[in-house]
Design a protein around this ligand. Structure first.
Ligand code: NDP
Length: 673
């Protein structure tokens, strides 16, 4: 096979390997597979290109436009994924391992795009949380917002997930509206480059939004400033070196790290060897040891079991692992190899460290081991005194290696899991929700994710080792202290959260959402006869009023079956501190409100899809009158033909006192039928 020459993509130009290029050797047979880096890159020009071209182009798009771009990009890569699978075995990964990397990356990008469409506005300002009422009369308010940072995000990625590692960071960054410079790990950079090439060739991403560095980062980090971000995945040592760079500290550059993690899996004290949970636990441990040959940041490094089950688990897990077929990852084998000869040397050295504290349960003896510089057998160790152990809780052998350890009781199990010093994930297999609760209370503070399964949830469970775009990926302490993904929270890492204080009109203008107290607009027709595009933020109708009678309340009670005493029994209602006597049902008020504001003719309003944040502020008694103020609060495009209009509905009594408020959601057509 011809040697691959992956190129950097700097300031709109591809830059191939230079005179000082490094040869990358494959882990399967040791042959040279790529020439990488070695060409001088002008990092100043790259930053400038990102900040002056990529940033403004991305910021000119709304969140929804960027989300659509990411959706299209994920589809574009998915259609061409076989070009990536063709390179995947060179990294030592089987096709199944490759799916975690390639499909996993595509799905992550797609899910982040969907979340952008659903949970972010079709605008340029993200509204973070509720309006803060900081004045008595409501003439001065505050709202947290988030806007894209004005610099560049530098992504430094690990060798083990060349595709997922890039896409899981790019998706939230681009959705936020920030350009990125991606630096993949050299050992597997040719696969990252192949995927990056697809991104550029798609023409979907504005110029300057993405750039690629193959090889060293030179003075890139020394040139970053206040609006930039570094997002790193790799070893704790490199993270420490990079995050301590004076330039990054001087400018308070955000530095997110996802690094070594001594993840654990705990077998609940309720589990017996003949229960489905026992098999589930063993199967999960075997999977996590062998997938990607254990080179997963989330892999199980410590297997924590009740003292009495140490031997049964050791036997069952060894038996299962012994069935692992190991070989050329392009063939029909369960496990391929480590990413490089150096990685194998690193894993072997770390196993030697672990063996100071743990005995060998399973090693390469008994396996048919292929020749090749990256092959390493599934290795199971057991540490009989994990309280005394140090290395077993701190040395990460980044390969198919795991250490069994016994616990006395649940607090001890949790304490051992926490000895990892901060981990990405710990799993617990138990059928007892109280065991789960106790473990969560003891261990959540030390983990980014807790994964709890039993026989009932296992069929749909997503996997101990699978970071999901919806959920936090990161962990405290040793795991790096950073967070990635986690839905829209992951997007906010590339944005500035700012509290904006001002009057209602100011906040309406800034957020694009009508705030109570802001100017109201009178439209030329009833709002239910206005299309999505015609409706303006702040457009308001105030309805006629109607009297709520005792007959109405009794009719509603009989009609719906809701004969709660507060509506039907004067004496009992009076005894309730909330009510002056019999009062109208809250749902009756809502129904009357709809009757007051609805315009009944066919028109652009297609459907009522829900209501949010309903609150009742004051009881309504028989004889009170009711009227409604209905205001267009927020508009969000949803499909090619209609969008969602959120209305503020406020109900008042005859004394202009507010009795109820909610946000009504409707789907409204863009055009008249
Ligand atoms: P490194 O920390 O050496 O490398 C990670 C990334 O940082 C790579 O892209 C690397 O580039 C880059 N890098 C290294 N030094 C610098 C520098 N001075 N300036 C800028 N970028 C730099 O980790 P490895 O990938 O070599 O893996 C080593 C160990 O890290 C593993 O054995 C494992 O223990 C742990 N690891 C943990 C992961 C996790 O998610 N928990 C993931 C991967 C690794 P280059 O490749 O060009 O050197």
């Amino acid at each position: 096979m011809a040697i691959i020459e992956p190129a950097s993509y700097a300031a709109g130009h591809w830059v191939g390997p230079g005179g000082d290029a490094r040869l990358v050797h494959g882990p399967v047979d040791g042959a040279a597979i790529a020439r990488t880096g070695g060409a001088p890159l002008d990092f100043g020009a790259m930053i400038e290109f990102a900040v002056t071209r990529g940033g403004p182009a991305l910021r000119a798009m709304t969140f929804h436009e960027r989300a659509k771009m990411l959706k299209a990009l994920a589809a574009y890569i998915a259609e061409r994924k076989e070009t990536l699978y063709a390179l995947n075995p060179l990294t030592g990964a089987t096709r199944k391992d490759g799916a975690v990397d390639i499909e996993g990356g595509i799905i992550t990008m797609s899910v982040i795009a969907s979340k952008g469409r659903r949970e972010m506005p079709d605008g340029n300002v993200y509204v973070d949380g509720a309006l803060e009422q900081i004045s008595r009369k409501g003439s001065f308010l505050a709202q947290h917002i988030a806007v894209p940072l004005r610099g560049v995000a530098v992504h430094i990625n690990a060798f083990n997930f060349p595709v997922w590692g890039m896409l899981e960071k790019l998706a939230p960054t681009l959705l936020a509206g920030m350009p990125a410079i991606v630096k993949p790990a050299t050992q597997t950079c040719y696969l990252t480059e192949a995927c990056f090439r697809l991104i550029v060739e798609s023409g979907l991403v504005p110029e300057g939004a993405v750039q690629l560095v193959i090889g060293g980062t030179g003075d890139l980090l020394d040139r970053l400033a206040a609006q930039d971000v570094v997002s790193f995945t790799g070893s704790a040592e490199t993270a420490l070196h990079l995050r301590g760079k004076p330039n990054l500290l001087r400018h308070s550059v955000r530095f997110m790290a996802e690094q070594d993690s001594l993840n654990a899996s705990v077998l609940g004290p309720d589990v017996t060897p003949d229960s489905p949970e026992f098999d589930l636990f063993v199967k999960q441990a075997a999977t996590e040891i062998t997938v990607k040959a254990g080179q997963k940041c989330t892999a199980i490094r410590r297997i924590i079991v009740p003292q009495a089950l140490l031997d049964p688990v050791a036997q069952a897990l060894s038996a299962r692992l012994r069935q692992t077929t190991i070989g050329d990852p392009s063939g029909d084998v369960r496990m391929g190899c480590l990413a490089s000869e150096a990685q194998r040397g690193d894993v072997a050295a770390r196993v030697a460290q672990l063996r100071q504290e743990a005995r060998v349960v399973l090693d390469e003896t008994g396996f048919e081991m292929p020749n090749g510089p990256g092959f390493f057998a599934p290795t199971l160790l057991a540490c009989d005194d994990p309280d005394a152990g140090q290395a077993v809780h701190s040395v990460e052998a980044f390969g198919p290696v795991s250490t069994l350890m016994p616990y006395r009781d649940l607090p001890h199990a949790a304490a051992l899991a926490n000895r990892g010093g901060g981990s990405l994930v710990t799993s617990l297999v138990t059928q007892d929700p109280q065991v789960a609760r106790a473990m969560v209370l003891e261990s959540a503070a030390w983990h980014g994710r807790l994964y709890i399964i039993d026989r009932d949830s296992m069929a749909e469970a997503t996997g101990h080792g699978a970071p999901l775009p919806h959920l936090v990926h990161g962990g405290p302490g040793r795991a790096g202290g950073g967070e990635e993904l986690g839905g829209v929270r992951g997007v906010l890492h590339y944005m500035q959260r700012t509290a904006v204080q001002g009057g209602p009109d100011v906040l309406t203008a800034v957020t694009g959402q009508w705030v109570p107290g802001a100017r109201q607009i009178e439209g030329p027709a009833h709002p239910f006869q206005r299309t999505y595009h015609e409706l303006q933020i702040g457009e308001t109708i105030t309805t006629d009023s109607r009297i709520v009678t005792l007959a109405d309340i009794e009719h509603f009670a009989r009609f719906t079956g809701d004969t709660f005493y507060a509506h039907m029994d004067e004496e009992a209602a009076r005894a309730n501190p909330f009510f002056p006597g019999r009062v109208a049902h809250g749902y009756l008020l809502l129904s009357f409100a709809a009757g007051l504001f609805v315009q009944p003719d066919p028109g652009p309003v297609l459907a009522n899809t829900g209501l949010n944040a309903l609150s009742f502020q004051k009881p309504v008694s028989p004889g009170d009158s009711l009227h409604v103020r209905l205001t267009v609060k927020r508009k969000t495009g949803r499909t090619e033909t209609y969008g969602e209009v959120a209305w503020n509905a406020t109900l008042f009594n005859q004394d202009a006192e507010q009795v109820a408020e909610y946000e009504l959601l409707t789907m409204v057509a863009y055009d008249r039928a």
